[in-house]
Every structure is written in structure tokens, then in C-alpha cells.
Design a protein around this ligand. Structure first.
Ligand SMILES: C[S@@+](CC[C@H](N)C(=O)[O-])C[C@H]1O[C@@H](n2cnc3c(N)ncnc32)[C@H](O)[C@@H]1O
Length: 258
């Protein structure tokens, strides 16, 4: 089964559980509400009166913020389940079920396109970026977030005393044993569990690939942001706050259509 079909099935089957985990803010590994969401909402800035498309919009979490900032929004997502939740969250927005590989919108329709943590499911970025460029007006801005290549390079080590999720050299002072951790900044298909049973397949990409692809698709990178945790995160989970204050879990690329 190809990755797009697999992704669609996973979000259709587990989408509600995934969203519930995020919204109820269980002690989980899903920290979007404290990291990516506030960072992306801040990055888009003043969008009053702008036409905005959110690609891979999920349950419409971001669109709800964009509407409150005065943008006129549309959303598209691969998963029917996610779109059902989005329609409940944002009743006056036009949502579509569909893939970002073929956007059902006219050329030059939007001032802004956003994609929060949705392009990691795509192997070859260039056709997607060209499709996004097509629906953007000239000078329009594309904001996308994904897992930082630094975070993706982490590797897990476990022995009877320690569990390390890290990059670098670790030395056992008692035995002198050295462990080198990290997967490198390589391109690869990562397989991981989002919530129990929800097995995801995402593509890790180097900074270089992403910058090269943006340029090839006619974009100019105008900003790059590492998502820092909000103060609310500290109250929720001070240990996770400390970890994600030290390295970026998510990054945002801001590019302009030339
Ligand atoms: C991690 S969720 C993020 C949802 C939302 N953007 C958010 O941050 O709350 C990734 C979303 O991307 C969607 N997605 C993945 N591949 C897609 C594709 N080819 N076209 C449209 N949506 C896609 C999934 O269905 C899922 O809802």
C-alpha cells in the first residue's frame, strides 16, 4: 500500500483518538498545542482580510485561530474523519476532502497557504510545492512546519540504568564504554506510533533538500523559525518543557512565491 493510502486509512481510523489525545492534553508525546500551534499562529502574523488555505488542515485547530485573526479560510485534508471534526470546529469554513497532490482550487486564489505537520507524509516535495505555488497569488506566502531534522536525527539507547534519546557521544564513566548516538541527517522513511495502534510513515528530509526544493518550485525562503515551547507548557509538563527548550522538535519554513 502506498504511503498516501496508508496515511488516509490511519487518520480515518484513529483520527478521533489522535485529536482527543491532543485536546484533552493527556500526558502524551503529542505536544503540538504547546509548540507548533502557537508558533505557527504567531508566524503568520496579521492576516486580517487575507485569503488563506490550510493544507492537511486536520481538525481545523489552526483555522480556528486564523479566523479569529480575521482571515478568510479554506481547508483541505486527506481524511474524511479529520474533515468531519474540522467542520464541527469551524462551521462556516469551506472544507474539502482531498490530497495536496492535486488541489481543487483555481490558480492564484490565495494570499497565504499553510501546512502544519502535513508535508512530512510526502516523499517528493517538488510537485506539491509547485501545486501550492499554483494556487498562491504572486508574492503570496507559504508557511509549512515539520519535524526539525535535528529532532529526526535522535536515536534511542537503553540499558538497565539509562534510556537516552539523543545525538552525540555518551560515556559510561565506570566502564569507559562510549556510545555514539544519532541517525545522521539522512533522508529516510520513518515509521513510528502516533497514538497506540496508529502507525505513521513520514519522510525525513535534510535542510538542504528542503531549501533546494523550495527554490526549484519558485519560492524564496524569507524566514526560518524553530518552535520554542510556551510558558503554559512549563506548567503542564515541566520536564518536557525543559527538553524542548533545549532543542527544536518542530521548525517552520516561511517562503514567498516569486
Ligand atoms: C499531524 S496531522 C496535522 C493536522 C493539522 N495540520 C494540525 O496540525 O492540527 C497531519 C494531517 O495531514 C493530513 N495529510 C497527510 N497527507 C496529506 C495529503 N497528501 N493531502 C492532504 N492532507 C494530508 C492528514 O490526514 C492529517 O490530518
Amino acid at each position: 500500500m502506498n504511503v498516501e493510502k496508508h496515511t488516509k486509512n490511519m487518520y480515518n481510523k484513529f483520527g478521533r483518538e489522535y485529536q482527543r489525545t491532543r485536546e484533552e492534553r493527556h500526558k502524551s508525546r503529542v505536544y503540538n498545542e504547546f509548540l507548533e500551534v502557537p508558533c505557527m499562529v504567531k508566524a503568520v502574523g496579521n492576516i486580517k482580510g487575507k485569503k488563506l488555505l490550510d493544507v492537511g488542515c486536520g481538525a481545523g485547530v489552526h483555522i480556528k485561530h486564523y479566523i479569529s485573526k480575521g482571515a478568510k479560510c479554506c481547508g483541505i485534508d486527506l481524511s474524511q474523519t479529520m474533515i468531519e471534526m474540522a467542520k464541527q470546529n469551524c462551521p462556516n469554513v469551506k472544507f474539502k476532502v482531498g490530497s495536496m497532490t492535486k488541489l481543487p482550487y483555481k490558480n492564484s486564489s490565495f494570499d497565504i497557504v499553510t501546512a502544519s505537520l502535513s508535508i512530512d507524509y510526502i516523499k517528493d516535495l517538488i510537485p506539491i510545492l509547485k501545486e501550492i505555488s499554483r494556487v498562491l497569488k504572486k508574492g503570496g506566502v507559504f508557511y509549512y512546519s515539520n519535524e526539525s531534522p535535528i529532532a529526526s536525527a535522535r536515536e534511542v539507547y537503553e540499558d538497565k540504568n539509562f534510556k537516552i534519546v539523543g545525538i552525540g557521544k555518551f560515556v559510561d564513566k565506570k566502564t569507559g564504554k562510549q556510545i555514539a548516538l544519532g541517525r545522521g541527517w539522512d533522508e529516510r522513511l520513518a515509521e513510528w506510533e502516533m497514538v497506540p495502534g496508529m502507525l505513521m510513515k513520514t519522510y525525513n528530509k535534510t535542510f538542504r533538500t528542503q531549501l533546494k526544493n523550495l527554490r526549484k518550485a519558485g519560492f524564496e525562503l524569507i524566514d526560518f523559525i524553530d518552535c520554542k515551547p510556551t510558558p503554559a507548557f512549563k506548567k503542564y509538563d515541566s520536564k518536557a518543557y525543559e527538553v524542548f527548550s533545549k532543542f527544536p522538535l518542530f521548525s517552520i519554513y516561511v517562503s514567498q512565491k516569486k
